[in-house]
Design a protein around this ligand. Structure first.
Ligand code: ATP
Length: 253
């Protein structure tokens, strides 16, 4: 099977500081890759280059065999730990906005039947993430868990080829985290997603991932720590049990 996402000899340098060095990676469609590593190793940098927010200093990245477009398009969705959603838009407007941007790139606004259709699609996606009863709430009226559900709906509405998650559950309480783990696992299966998730939580990495990738430096120069960057030091495939279909619960306020 050919890879959906490929990185070949990817380096990221800031001035004379090497952050990532010689990253070679193939991500198969449908996989769930958890990325772990010490603080400052370059995990978020790694996500930013896949997202296209930043170009690698050297190396090649392809998505579906084609060079990665320099800016983030609808083929890549992203959810950050916080502040992924627009505070001045309601839940349904937040999610519909993604469709409006894609379909009306100049005005970022649809009208008439097209807008009605976008709002209906957004409402269905909010239903899928357990926010079917919260369409008109604003982010400030939602709990942290609900806001992350909203951010996931916003990322998924454009049907991305790959979903990038940067510590998406890091700010949530343990109980809510468990609910979010169930949700993301269900969405991953339901929408045949390919996911790359950065996490500090090693248990989360193993619970959710089909593969755990550890980014760290292979070499250290104590006199010049900036001389070497991080690369994939471990790459562990995991065997997952067969899915059990469970009904999704509505998010608690
Ligand atoms: N735009 C930039 N210019 C210069 N240095 C940067 C830039 N962005 C990141 N860095 C540096 O690159 C290194 C890696 O940062 P990054 O945020 O990718 O690490 P991380 O593994 O995600 O860290 P954490 O786990 O603490 O979130 C850090 O030392 C950071 O200071």
């Amino acid at each position: 099977m050919s890879a959906l996402l490929s990185l070949r000899d990817v380096w990221v340098e800031y001035g004379d500081r090497i952050i990532l060095e010689k990253v070679d990676l193939d991500v198969e469609a449908g996989s769930f890759v958890s990325v772990v590593g010490p603080s400052g190793a370059g995990k978020s940098t790694f996500l930013r280059v896949i997202l296209g927010q930043e170009a690698p200093t050297r190396g090649k990245i392809t998505l579906d065999g084609a060079p990665l477009a320099p800016e983030c398009g609808p083929d890549r969705g992203v959810v950050f730990q916080r502040y992924s959603v627009f505070p001045h838009l309601s839940a349904v407007q937040n999610v519909a906005f993604g469709l409006e941007c894609a379909q009306a790139p100049v005005l970022a606004r649809l009208f008439g039947a097209a807008r009605k259709q976008a709002l209906a699609e957004a409402a269905a996606m909010l239903e899928a993430v357990g926010l079917g009863h919260s369409l008109d709430l604003y982010p400030a009226q939602m709990s942290g868990g609900m806001q992350q559900r909203l951010a996931i709906a916003q990322a998924l509405i454009k049907r991305p080829r790959i979903l990038l998650l940067d510590e998406p559950f890091g700010a949530l309480d343990p109980g809510i985290r468990a609910d979010m783990h169930a949700l993301i696992t269900q969405l991953w299966r339901q929408y045949d997603l390919t996911i790359v998730m950065v996490t500090h939580d090693i248990r989360e990495a193993f619970t959710l991932g089909t593969r755990v990738l550890a980014l760290d430096k292979r070499r250290h120069d104590p006199h010049a720590p900036h001389r070497y960057g991080a690369t994939a030091v471990y790459d562990l495939p995991l065997v997952k049990p067969a899915p059990v279909d469970e009904p999704l619960e509505e998010a608690a306020a």
